[in-house]
Design a binder for this molecule. Sequence first.
Ligand code: AMP
Ligand code: MG
Length: 537
Amino acid sequence: MSAVRLGCSGRNDLRRAGPSQVPDNSPMQSELETTPDTRAAAAASGGLHWRNGFAGLGPAFSTALQPRPLPAPYWIAQSPDAAQALGVDAGWLASDAALQVFTGNAQLPGMAPLASVYSGHQFGVWAGQLGDGRAILLGETVGLAEETGWEVQLKGAGPTPYSRMGDGRAVLRSSIREFLCSEAMHGLGVPTTRALCLTGSDAPVRREEIETAAVVTRLAPSFIRFGHFEHFSAREQTAELRALADFVIDNFYPECRSAEATAAFGGSPYAALLQAVSGRTAEMVAQWQAVGFCHGVMNTDNMSILGLTIDYGPFQFLDGFDPAHICNHSDNQGRYAFNRQPNVAYWNLFCLGQALLPLIEDQAHALAALESYKTDFPRALLARMRAKLGLFDVAETDHSLTESVLQLLAQTQVDHTIFWRRLSHWVAGMPGQGAEAVRDLFLDRAAFDAWLLQYQERLGPSDRGAAGVLMLATNPKFVLRNHLGEEAIRQAKLKDFSGVHTLLTLLQTPFDEHPEFESYAGFPPDWASSIEISCSS
Ligand code: AMP
Ligand code: MG
């Protein structure tokens, strides 16, 4: 990006725009409605029905606007799995009308496009107003079961009142990474926003160099972030803050109004909400740590109120296990290093607690609600580690067994994914997969042997089969390593999207063996360690 960096560490000295302003340069609705593409799209709705709950909150929360069209769009990829979850008609999704809709060039009847306003703490500093600077919510669909809806959002669909100095666009490379990682995380069973499809256009986008534009269509029950609450709280707009909290509780956390949930908090559903969000966040971060996922930009505006992984930027799956790994090249202080993620999540929850204080009223209740994270997170992590080790029951020694293997891995930065998969193969008794293959990963073989002995004792002789099955369904063979993404991006820049498609298939089923794709499960090449992923996207 030219003069101002927007992603990751935007500053609050940028131009501010309040809600409900239509950007000067947005195309007028009437212009769009008269295009042939729009008429074609209107003719077929893709089987989607819209109800737009968030838009119903009113103009204080968002600005109605149209996406800015991109010239001559083309398909890059679609996720059939996400399409099925959304319930969109597969035939329609293959059509040019769908291509236009999911590039932002046309709308379907019933959509109510908008950009929402939020604020947030970036790198520990209050950044003031941010908002959807390049994400446009098309609307919310009524799900197959009626009560479950999906918000459908375009990322990179043009400027909004919250773009500050940005262009509202996303480039091909970062969009491929977000598309693939959303679906990879879902494949791993990690709570995440989803990605329906990815389209591109040769329209130039200026970053450090000229690149091309892409649009990811993201899906989530809601894209509300901690930062939405911080926004109204900081402005002392308590009525809006309450409306937002009530919306979230009514739609996603109805149990927070029960006598049971509120008993410890003097009857406050808002404290119960804080506790429930803390619980979901603890579970999400425990899953990140267990699979070796580094988010890279855990600013409060990148924290989902539903405990979903959101906003894939300079993320990374660890290659060698380095607990202090910093995946974001722009994160000079290492605030978001891998092993800091659990504490940062707590810090972020604290910001959410502070934002909710006008509703919770009693500070002691807010603190009590946050306190649960301190037990929820270690409990969730240990449960994940037990599954990684194929353990079904609980023993007091599990914590130290886990810690000692992680220390061994860290000592010589053993490849995280390969270690766990090889261990799983061995426990499962797969042919040709002896303990040697695991042992070979360590320099200090004696230390590893000592650990293995303890582990074997803990595992016991009788339940190896079941343990192996659990481990093979917990420790993935395929993760979106940086170099795999880079290779697919390189091809895609030459208009060959087959690498993206292959990765999507593998990452959606990362626990399957896929023997014909062994090279995707191997050690990273030397050049992988020199890949630098920053906030520029
Ligand atoms: P991120 O770090 O990607 O989560 O972005 C932080 C803030 O900057 C959010 O408000 C984004 O909408 C905004 N932003 C990032 N890139 C752009 C861009 N190219 N155009 C407009 N806004 C952007
Ligand atoms: Mg963000």
